[in-house]
Write a protein that binds this ligand. Structure first.
Ligand code: IDP
Ligand code: MG
Length: 139
């Protein structure tokens, strides 16, 4: 099934010059960019994006981190894009991520973990709409 997912290169990876490596890897895996933008999230924009995690012990640190520098947000399209993107991304905690996944290769810690990917069809729709209007999507 052709799907779209929301992908973010997080501030730690942007700072380390890994935008090309990460997006290039997704392209090699058959996940084609159909919309893309670089921006710096405000604290309230980061809180809104991660609203589902409000109240968790890591929420404040996550918001601080996600608004600490620029990110690259993109919509990636492909067969089973949501699950495929999560597989290539690897587990949230890089210590538990499979070999050769983005997080195993590039993440520093469970918080500074290089990239984000939507976790299901409903969140993909909501997250894509958080950053892009239908007119922004070229695919
Ligand atoms: P995911 O990004 O793999 O979907 P989520 O559980 O949705 O993981 O958590 C969102 C983000 O919050 C993670 O990617 C990571 O940056 C941060 N995070 C999650 N769990 C922890 C934790 O236990 N400590 C610190 N940060 C965390
Ligand atoms: Mg998640």
């Amino acid at each position: 099934m052709l799907e779209r997912t929301l992908s973010i290169v997080k501030p730690d990876a942007v700072k380390k010059g890994l935008i090309g490596a990460i997006l290039g890897r997704f392209e090699k895996e058959g996940l084609r960019p159909v919309a893309m933008r670089m921006l710096r999230l405000s604290r309230s924009q980061a809180e809104g994006f991660y609203a589902v995690h409000r109240g968790k012990p890591f929420f404040e640190g996550l918001v601080e981190f996600m608004s600490s520098g620029p990110v690259v947000v993109s919509v990636l399209e492909g067969e089973n894009a949501i699950q495929r993107h999560r597989e290539v991304l690897g587990a949230t905690d890089p210590a538990k991520a499979a070999p050769n996944t983005i997080r195993k290769l590039y993440a520093e810690s469970v918080q500074h973990n290089a990239a984000h990917g939507s976790d299901g069809p409903d969140t993909a729709r909501t997250e894509i709409a958080y950053f892009f209007s239908s007119l922004d999507i070229a695919g």
